[in-house]
Design a protein around this ligand. Structure first.
Ligand code: GZL
Length: 316
């Protein structure tokens, strides 16, 4: 048989196996998603749906619109439907013990994705997420270098009580505390939304007489930074120049802002993480039960130097 025929036979065999494994692993998975508050969240949701489709997973997707009570309702509905597994991206870290115990009693494995809970780790299989504290440290280190350790900072916090807001703040402060002339002079939550970031920045501009003596804006996500950039421009300020900016997510519009000279740095948070999450869930359902309690997704910082390349990578 010619080489080509061998390759075709192998390809057909592989496709059949893949088909078999897909049908054999056709599972129903419930996914309780935070909401659609940011470009990153929207991209993450799209990736979770596309990857489930690719793997023949029946995904029960629930958008909680950033309300914990909606997430708790969704998880209880998944339990009632007797799904094969439950994935939760928790809007805040507290309030999960009871529903996690109910899922455990129903023998449905739970996986925490993207964010984190304060609950006992025995109540879920594992957490597949980035290191928010590291993201805060990367942002703080970049600003220390960019400002030569001399900077009054205004901070746009994420959703109060959420793991990324708690840990990004801790990581950022751990680094700037090493520099006596770096301090956060204003800090308030914009709830991870563009409109929230704009409103808070407008109040900061008013309270500091047009960001007088303010050297930088630190935002826990890009959407709040994009709102802050709008507010600074409307006040006649030059974000990215008069005021340094650093945020997290690495969404396409922040790279566009960098190319326009209006943003200086963003720590990328990978949004195409459905493959990692489903690998873990499907691995567990097939019998692999020795996952660590945290499957870490890497993050790295980007600046205008590679903004064009990152924008292309993000399909922007
Ligand atoms: C972090 C993620 C955060 C993003 C925000 O992993 O949960 O939530 O940084 C989103 O854009 O709102």
């Amino acid at each position: 048989m010619s080489i080509l025929k061998h390759m075709l036979a192998a390809a057909v065999g592989a496709a059949a196996l893949a088909g078999l494994s897909a049908s054999a692993s056709a599972q129903t998975i419930g996914f309780s998603q935070v909401g659609s508050e940011s470009d990153w969240r929207t991209a993450f949701s799209a990736d979770m749906k596309a990857e489930a489709e690719k793997r023949g997973i029946k995904l029960q997707f629930s958008d909680a619109q950033q309300k914990e009570e909606n997430q708790l309702k969704a998880v209880r509905s998944f339990i009632a439907q007797k799904v094969d597994a439950i994935i939760i991206a928790p809007v805040v870290v507290t309030g999960w013990d009871q529903v996690l115990k109910e899922a455990q009693a129903a023998k449905i494995p739970v996986f925490i994705a993207d964010r984190a809970v304060e609950s006992d780790p025995s109540l879920f299989v594992t957490r597949i997420a980035a290191d928010f504290n590291l993201e805060g440290r990367l942002a703080g280190a970049w600003l220390a270098q960019a400002s030569k350790g001399n900077c009054n900072i205004v901070e746009l916090q994420g959703t109060v009580g959420s793991a990324p807001a708690i840990e990004r703040k801790k990581g950022f402060e751990a680094v700037i505390s090493l520099f006596p002339n770096m301090k956060i002079v204003k800090s308030q939550s914009g709830n991870f939304t563009t409109s929230g970031g704009k409103e808070v920045m407008e109040s900061f501009i008013k309270a500091t007489d047009g960001l007088k003596d303010v050297c930088a804006v630190w935002a826990h996500n890009d959407n709040m930074m994009l709102g802050a950039i709008q507010a600074m421009k409307e006040a006649g300020l030059k974000p990215g120049k008069d005021v340094l900016t650093v945020s997290v997510d690495g969404v396409p519009d922040i790279f566009k802002a960098m190319l326009a000279g209006e943003s200086d740095a963003s720590v990328e948070l990978k949004s195409d993480i459905g493959k990692y999450i489903y690998d873990v869930v499907q691995g567990y359902l097939k019998g692999k039960h020795d996952y660590p309690k945290w499957v870490l997704i890497p993050s790295d910082l980007h600046t205008p130097a590679d903004a064009a390349e990152m924008l292309k990578k993000k399909g922007g």
